[in-house]
Ligand binder design. Structure first.
Ligand SMILES: [Zn+2]
Length: 224
């Protein structure tokens, strides 16, 4: 029986809110939210053939090869809960993976793949990330630019110290963004050429981002 679902993929740099939006889309459309990290953990836990190959590699901190990852992805997509589609965040990362995913979607008779390209303003994103401060005691999140605490360096809620994580410094973030850019530009070009890429303004508020995504997805789900 042909499947009516769509593959939904989120492409976007760290800090663009991919995880949040992926979760919201998954809930709104009752689709499973897939991640290769979860698949690896699940295969290892169930002690599958793929899990037994991946486990020692992960324990040594090595990358799990593409062919193993793609087999896990195919196994997962073949499950009945993906029949109406799925939301992927963090995959594919390479052109080879994108090709494999398209092949799998064709094999299981999915509709057109939906790639939501979370477009960010780099300066604004940098400000958002470098301004982040986290409360030591409760993990409450502040931003010195957009959401400052009443008293500098102190959590409004519990009076504990606010820390600036080393991951949130300008140098670390610009390196991560540059790496993302190198890795993702070819993917964006690939999906654009296939007319599957939809730009989304990721700098808007989370609710606005969700509604622009819903408009795009609802357009596709309408009869054609
Ligand atoms: Zn706090």
């Amino acid at each position: 029986m042909p499947r009516l679902g769509h593959a939904v993929i989120l492409l976007g740099p760290p800090g663009a809110g991919k995880g949040t939006q992926a979760q919201r889309i998954a809930e709104r459309y009752h689709l499973p939210h897939l991640s290769t990290g979860d698949m690896l953990r699940d295969n290892i836990q169930r002690d599958t053939e793929l899990g037994r190959i991946a486990k020692p590699l992960m324990e040594r901190g090595e990358l799990v090869p593409d062919d193993i990852v793609i087999r896990m992805v195919e196994d997962r997509i073949a499950q009945p809960d993906c029949r109406n589609g799925f939301v992927f965040d963090g995959f594919p990362r390479t052109l080879a993976q994108a090709d494999d995913l398209e092949r799998i979607c064709e094999k299981y008779k999915f509709g057109v793949t939906f790639v939501l390209h979370m477009v960010v303003d780099k300066d604004l994103l940098m400000r958002r990330l470098t301004g982040r401060r986290i409360c030591k005691a409760g993990g409450h999140i502040y931003n010195v630019y957009d959401r400052p605490p009443k008293q500098e360096g102190i959590c409004d809620l519990d009076g504990s110290e606010l820390i600036h994580r080393p991951d949130d410094t300008e140098r670390v973030i610009s390196e991560r963004l540059a790496a993302y850019e190198r890795q993702t530009r070819p993917l964006a070009d690939y999906y654009r050429a296939r007319k599957q890429l939809s730009p989304v303004d990721a700098m808007a508020g989370a609710d606005d981002v969700t509604s622009s995504i819903a408009k795009i997805l609802d357009g596709v789900e309408a009869p054609r």
